[in-house]
Ligand binder design. Sequence first.
Ligand code: NAD
Ligand code: PRE
Length: 295
Amino acid sequence: MAEPIFDRLALIGIGLIGSSVARIARAQGDIARFVVANARTEATLARVAELGIADLCEIDPARAVEGADCVMLCAPVGAYAALAAAIGPHLAPGAIVTDVGSTKQSVIRDVGPHLPEGVHFVPGHPMAGTEFSGPDAGFVELFQGRWCLLTPPPGTDTDAVARVQSLWERCGAMVGVMDPAHHDRVVAIVSHLPHLIAFTICGTADDLADETRQEVLQFAASGFRDFTRIAASDPVMWRDVFLNNREALLEMLARFTEDAQAMARAVRWGDAAYIEDKVLRGRKIRQALIDLHQA
Ligand SMILES: NC(=O)c1ccc[n+]([C@@H]2O[C@H](COP(=O)([O-])OP(=O)(O)OC[C@H]3O[C@@H](n4cnc5c(N)ncnc54)[C@H](O)[C@@H]3O)[C@@H](O)[C@H]2O)c1
Ligand SMILES: O=C(O)C(=O)C[C@]1(C(=O)O)C=C[C@@H](O)C=C1
């Protein structure tokens, strides 16, 4: 077995993502010698203890990070500023602070100012997840073959970036380095807008309840069901994502709305070629994605 990358890894927040990292660290032994789990409630920590996926459960984030050479923030991004303020003074000199948040400019804005001199900051975002949350939702295969995007601020210590990269590679992920503003625009279109559309379409269907509720539930085949899977995601996580990637999300939504209006126009005026062309384009994109993941 390879030497563990870190001595002591503190996971601040231990839901789907944090508990997946904890499970992998436990199963493989090559990520950290000792794993500390922190969560907001005693109930979550009691469950983590029952699952046996951390060496120590600590309710106070400031105590959880003491002596850790790697601290990974795994809470909803709206909680980051307060968490960073709480842990900042307790971080060990030379420690690496990283995270898994779905937005990156807001994380750099909210966390960066609280980190003392000599602590390295390597923001990250694993592009993997499910609609489930909490410590029971994690699993060791979650990051296999998926991307993890790192957005280190200019001048970040290269050894710190390399160690975070190794952590994700040992979790089975492929690692890419990206500018945080670019990251936020990319995820706005491939992740945040699809979620916004899923929440909205389920809400619209629900608003039509009197006419259709029975039919929605009874006859929903995989088209609508696929939207409901995404729409079942955690409300706090997604509230925070939308509010912390506001500009990029609104930009992508505006572009989408324009394209949807063009489609509406084609439907209204019977522009069959336009409709067929757009459906064909969707099919090609789906095929390209399948080919990419099989390559
Ligand atoms: N779910 C996904 O698909 C996914 C994928 C990639 C990245 N992310 C990002 O990972 C992070 C965690 O997401 P998750 O899906 O693991 O969420 P989750 O709801 O499963 O777990 C969140 C954890 O954070 C803790 N927490 C919640 N509010 C807190 C607060 N105010 N202060 C301290 N701790 C708090 C909870 O106790 C829990 O342990 C989020 O920032 C999210 O944007 C999620
Ligand atoms: O697969 C899902 O259910 C997800 O929502 C995962 C997903 C995504 O949109 O792809 C969600 C948010 C993340 O920040 C990264 C991944």
